[in-house]
Design a protein around this ligand. Structure first.
Ligand SMILES: Nc1nc2c(c(=O)[nH]1)N[C@H]1C(S)=C(S)[C@@H](COP(=O)(O)OP(=O)(O)OC[C@H]3O[C@@H](n4cnc5c(=O)[nH]c(N)nc54)[C@H](O)[C@@H]3O)O[C@H]1N2
Ligand SMILES: Nc1nc2c(c(=O)[nH]1)N[C@H]1C(S)=C(S)[C@@H](COP(=O)(O)OP(=O)(O)OC[C@H]3O[C@@H](n4cnc5c(=O)[nH]c(N)nc54)[C@H](O)[C@@H]3O)O[C@H]1N2
Ligand SMILES: [Mo]
Length: 759
């Protein structure tokens, strides 16, 4: 019998059309399926779907006063829409060169190796002369640019800096986790067959591992007798880590031999720790003022560090902040000082628990995807610099020791991402977004980005097409089957790009003369060439799922930097010195005040200890949503069920709520100088006072309140976050450095969230 599977970034599902529970259920092989995915099919006929190609009225009429984001759309046929897009690509390329086309097109789109929107678009544009691209990600942009200076190249990848979970389960005596939100481990770009992070963590805890969760929110701590909480102000982990290193130095707990062998620059770093350079010892008293944690609390961390095998795990959220390089560097330095690097279950880790795949001891089923070709245009931006790129007043950008000259963008082309979800300070983005001459977007739904486009091309969703679903960081491959017909006139990204390629004289070059089924078969053949034992394509289609290696094997067990730690001469790192750099001459030469040449406390742009906190005394954290993937599935199921009056829920510490007369269920206005948004209020006693949590993903719904002030109505944190970066070195997103104030609003006077689809 044929098994009907459906693959997503948050798991594999089986269709379940029984009358009791129409929809999807997680596959039986998955020990912890993601609940919100069950409602995916509710998008199949949803009012937010786009049925026909649409063109913005003002763009069509050449009306220069019309604004993207507040205009209406007219439906056109595909022939008209594709002719306009092809003509614009040709015009811009001929008049301004292909560097005037920005198609970095960042975003997660949907799982599926073939129907990967970005790959399809980039293959098309490379055949048409190229485009200005983006580098790195919002997820890991700070670490990705920074770590090559300290650890060298292979260690800068998202999944490259962690021991495997089996080693944690077997050897770690104490795991100190800086930020841990287990719902995040439900997702992985490309897909997840088995969600095992909670199982692994549970195994370690049951063996007796101590878990210390350092976070502004005690709600992050898993319920277990061996788990404890350390509260600290957001963005101050570096001070805590430096104090730990200082204490090791001051009390003779330094592994001098390992430090000398594995690192360079430790003398200068230690000089900074003890205050030689600035007269300030980075001791517990110093760290206490910065972190807001008492000295007694800090001593609990010191005590934990005295255990035998200690692993410092830093979530990706820590580097998505002002000076986000520093906590990572400080953790590397602390692990080195304690002689933990290269020990099974010890050392440092980045991102265990941030997604499912980090630390999985499995072989990676990895093969080439859709060949994007090569981009003749060399220009790029670090991905979070989109507003600078579009702002005609910004001509250059400091980045990683270079001065990038920003191209003059005339055409923006986005397929598979939602910048009006992912970017910070969306009010600024909305302004600079008015500058390009044309914006083309492929979208299955009327996302905020679709509503800010000139030409909107409706795409299918993954349950409307067949695909291979496999993550390059995992070991399973699935055949994902169409279970619904395409909505309205929606087309696959591939078919849209093929139609454009044909109009640009590149039709056969784009399709390779293959049908979509032939493309799938070819991609699958690529896996069979690299891995033995894969079933035939026909068998995969029938059985649905294939997994490398047996369930209980850990064939890819990893001790991070084991060979290097043992013999740095023989296995040097790809850094200038071949060693872990605790002082970087390269970074010193950049001369960036926001990224000093050794791990250091750099005051964040916005934090509770800074001047801005006098006006805006609440630190807003915007973590990943538990009930959806970013903005995806916000319109349905669990995400809608959790809203208050249709708005996203912000969680306040009890003391902050009381001080402002806010009660659970109230409508609250969060605001600062950049903007304001309306949220529903929840109040809890686990959160550190001074901190507010508003997950990302509510659909950006700009509007006006009764007093005529600009206000975002759905509870999107990026209406207030700042569009500054971790540092000039990385230009990574600093979404987690944001101060706001909050006030109760009479919900009767607050504008409600309506669809506002302009058709
Ligand atoms: N404040 C704040 N902001 C953040 C973060 C934060 O922590 N705080 N986190 C950041 C991070 S880490 C990330 S990764 C980003 C995520 O940002 P994005 O990846 O841009 O967010 P998504 O909502 O996943 O956007 C994907 C879009 O693709 C569309 N789509 C789905 N399937 C298809 C398809 O087959 N074809 C096409 N053409 N489109 C499709 C969806 O409808 C959706 O609009 O957000 C970042 N933004
Ligand atoms: N369900 C679901 N899972 C997802 C996603 C999703 O949209 N939905 N998105 C995926 C994506 S794209 C990514 S990149 C990953 C991101 O994974 P992460 O970057 O790890 O996640 P965040 O949700 O931003 O933050 C995780 C935790 O860090 C804590 N934290 C925040 N700031 C600080 C700080 O300054 N210090 C300390 N010690 N702790 C802090 C918060 O309390 C929060 O609980 O998640 C992935 N997983
Ligand atoms: Mo991400």
């Amino acid at each position: 019998m044929t098994r009907h599977l459906f693959g997503t970034h948050f798991g594999l599902y089986e269709t379940d059309d029984s009358a009791a529970s129409p929809g999807l259920r997680g596959i039986e092989e998955d020990p912890n399926p993601t609940a919100f995915g069950r409602h995916y099919l509710a998008l199949s006929e949803h009012a937010h779907r786009i049925a026909r190609p649409m063109i913005r009225r003002g763009w069509l009429a050449g009306d220069e006063r019309s604004r993207r984001g507040s205009d209406r759309y007219v439906a056109v046929d595909w022939e008209t829409a594709l002719s306009h897009v092809a003509a614009e690509l040709t015009r811009v390329s001929q008049t301004h060169g292909n560097r005037a086309i920005y198609a970095g097109s960042y975003g997660w789109a949907s799982a599926g190796r073939f129907h990967h929107a970005q790959s399809q678009l980039k293959r098309l544009l490379n055949l048409a002369g190229g485009y200005t691209d983006s580098r790195h990600s919002y997820s890991y942009g700070t670490a990705g640019a920074f770590l090559p200076h300290v650890l060298g190249m292979p260690y800068a990848g998202t999944n490259a800096c962690a021991p495997s979970w089996d080693q944690v389960a077997a050897h770690t005596d104490c795991l100190i986790a800086f930020g841990l939100r287990l719902t995040n481990a439900q997702c992985d770009p490309g897909g997840v067959a088995r969600h095992t992070v909670e199982q692994w963590l549970g195994r370690a805890l049951d063996r007796g591992m101590r878990l210390v969760v350092v976070s502004p929110d005690a709600g992050d701590v898993p319920r277990h007798p061996n788990a404890e909480h350390i509260a600290l102000r957001p963005n101050t982990d570096t001070a805590l880590l430096l104090a730990c290193a200082h204490r090791a130095v001051a009390t003779g707990r330094v592994d001098h031999e390992a430090l000398a062998r594995q690192t360079v620059g430790h003398e200068r770093f230690i000089g900074y720790l003890v205050g030689d350079t600035d007269g300030q010892a980075k001791d517990a008293a110093w760290a206490s003022t910065i972190t807001g944690a008492s000295i007694t609390t800090l001593e609990r961390v010191f005590d934990a560090l005295d255990m035998d095998t200690v692993l410092l795990n830093l979530g990706w959220s820590l580097q998505r902040a002002s000076a986000g390089e520093q906590p990572y560097w400080a953790a590397i330095a602390l692990a080195a000082i304690r002689g933990q690097i290269g020990r099974p279950g010890g050392g440092f880790a980045f991102g265990l628990g941030s997604v499912n795949s980090v630390g999985q001891p499995v072989r990676h089923l990895r093969a080439p995807g859709v060949n994007q070709g090569t981009n003749p245009v060399g220009e790029f931006i670090p991905v979070a610099a989109i507003a600078e790129l579009l702002d005609p007043n910004v001509e250059t950008l400091e980045y990683n020791g270079q001065t990038l000259v920003l191209p003059d963008i005339r055409l923006v082309y986005w397929a598979g991402g939602n910048p009006f979800h992912h970017h910070q300070d969306l009010n600024r983005l909305q302004d600079v977004w008015q500058h390009p001459e044309t914006v083309v977007v492929h979208e299955p739904v009327w996302s905020a980005t679709a509503r800010h486009a000139d030409i909107v091309l409706p795409t299918t969703l993954p349950f409307e097409r067949n695909d291979l679903v496999v993550s390059s960081q995992d070991r399973s491959i699935a055949y994902s089957r169409a279970v619904r017909p395409p909505f309205g006139q929606a087309r696959d990204d591939h078919d849209i790009c093929a139609g454009l390629a044909q109009r640009l004289g590149q039709g056969r070059a784009f399709t390779g003369d293959r049908t979509k089924s032939e493309w799938l078969a070819d991609l699958y053949a690529g896996y069979c060439e690299r891995f033995d034992g894969l079933p035939s394509f026909e068998t995969l289609k029938t059985e649905g799922l294939f997994t490398l290696d047996a369930e209980d094997e850990a064939p890819a067990t990893t001790t991070l930097l084991a060979a290097y730690a043992e013999d740095p001469e023989r296995y040097p790192l790809e850094t200038p010195s071949g060693r872990i750099e605790l002082y970087s001459a390269t970074i010193a030469a950049f001369d960036y005040a926001d990224c000093p040449p050794h791990p250091a406390w750099v005051e964040p742009t916005e934090w509770l200890g800074g001047n801005t906190a006098r006006t805006y005394p609440l630190h807003l954290l915007s973590p990943q949503p538990a009930n959806r993937l970013h903005s995806q599935l916000d319109s349905v199921g669990d995400s809608q069920a959790a809203k208050i009056d249709g708005r996203e829920v912000a969680t306040f510490a009890a003391a902050d709520a009381t001080a402002r007369g806010i009660a659970a269920g109230d409508t609250v206005r969060l605001f600062n100088d950049r903007g304001a948004c309306l949220v529903g209020a929840a109040v809890c006693d686990t959160l550190m006072p001074g901190v507010v949590i508003l997950p990302t993903g509510a659909w950006f719904a700009p509007g006006k309140d009764v007093r005529g002030r600009a206000i975002e109505r759905a509870g999107n944190p990026n209406a207030v976050t700042g569009d500054f970066r971790a540092s000039r070195l990385s230009q990574g997103s600093a979404a987690n450095s944001c101060l706001v104030e909050a006030e109760r609003t009479d919900s009767a006077h607050a504008p409600t969230v309506e669809d506002g689809i302009h058709e």
